[in-house]
Structure formats: structure tokens, C-alpha cells
Design a protein around this ligand. Sequence first.
Ligand SMILES: [Zn+2]
Length: 258
Amino acid sequence: MWIDSHCHLDFIINEKNSIEELTKINNPNIDYIICPSADDSSFKKLIDLNKRNSKIQYAFGYHPLFLEGKDPDVIQKLVVYIEEYNPIAIGEIGLDFYVKNFNKDKQIIFFEKQLELASKYNLPVILHVRSAIDHVINILKRFPRIIGVAHAFNGSFQQAEILIDMGFKLGFGGAMTFERAKKIRMLAKELPLNSIVLETDAPDMNPAWLNPQESNHPSQIQFISEFFSEHRGLSLNDLSWQLKKNINEIFVFNKAIV
Ligand SMILES: [Zn+2]
């Protein structure tokens, strides 16, 4: 019924809890879980998870906050994995200027190099953008064929419209479930429904109803979707149909690799 368009399942599942966790996601409310990687230490783990359950779909990339100690040459590893394992997207990539001057130049180099790969291999991208939307938009203008998802969108209405015009869907999740998140709630209500995807970003971004000791989980996508259907005044069936259509405009899912 629902697709979690952004989840770090590799940060949730470990050797001890894997059977229990894989059983939990095997419920009919979850159709797919899109799992971007933070860096190459996730690549193999995500491939293995996909082998165990084909609901789990992987993307490969270097997250802007995981570049410490990495040289841009490491991107060669990404090329090998793209060619060998056919990810559904390049991600999670982008810019995070929230912490002032944190690796700014390096982030830009990694972002641009990974966009070049997305272009070369004709893959969508999963974007992480914080305090850098205009920078990201300016760089994306040089790659007009690239489409994708801007996860956890938190920009202005105008920035949203620019990204939508460029072929991007915007991801909404736990943040919009808080009453104080006025701007995100407004965006989630007003933006065209065909430009939105929903996500948990688990284990982060708890929705309002989880208490802080609990950690977020992809099974929350059902409740986030229910919240959103009420927020927009839509039936669950109509919403589910539209969200699947939106996802299918960006991603082509892999079958399990056997
Ligand atoms: Zn993420």
C-alpha cells in the first residue's frame, strides 16, 4: 500500500535483530522501502538486505556529511557498484551548509562528480539539502536531464516550484506531523499532489506521536501516510494510487538479485 521513499534500514538492521526486523517490514502496508546509502560502508549491506527481501531497494552515493577523511577518488568505488549492482538511484547526495563552512568545497566536488555519474548512467538522484537549496538548484541547472527526489524538503514555496519544474519530487515525513512546523505543513498541504513523496527517514526524524526514546522505523510510513491523507483531505486509496504514480515517475525498481 505505501512506499517509504527514504529510510536508512542499514542503520536499523544488524546481525542480532535481522530476522525480527525483516519480519516487521513484511507486512502488506509496506510495498517498498527505498534505502539510500551514507557512504560505501552501506553498499554491500544494502545489497544483502535486498537479497533477503526485494521490498528493500537500494541507492548508492556519498552523503555530504559523511565525507570526512575521504578523497574524491573514492567515487571510483561508486562506479564499480553502479555497474555491477544496478542501483535505483544515486543517493544520498547533496549539500549541507547548516554547519558553517563544514567541508563546503569538498561537498561541492563530491556532489558534482556524483551528478556527472547520474547523468552518465541515466539514474535519478536522492538529494539531501540543508541550508543550501539555492546552491543545489544552481548546480542542478547544469544537469538538466537529471530528475529525482529532494528528501525532507524544507525550503520556500518558490524553491519548491523551481525543483518541481526541474523534474523533482519533494519528500515529506515526520517533520510535518509537528504542529509547530508551520511552513512544512503549509508546503505539504499546498504543493501539487503529483510532486510529493512520503518518507520516514528512519531511524531519524521521529513523527510527533513517537516518544523520544523510541526510534523511527519504516513501519511508520503507514501512519505518516494516514496523517498526510487527513492533512490533504484525501482518501487512503486515492493517496496510495497517486504516491505510487509519483514514485514510478522517478524510480524503476529492481527485482531481488539472486
Ligand atoms: Zn537520509
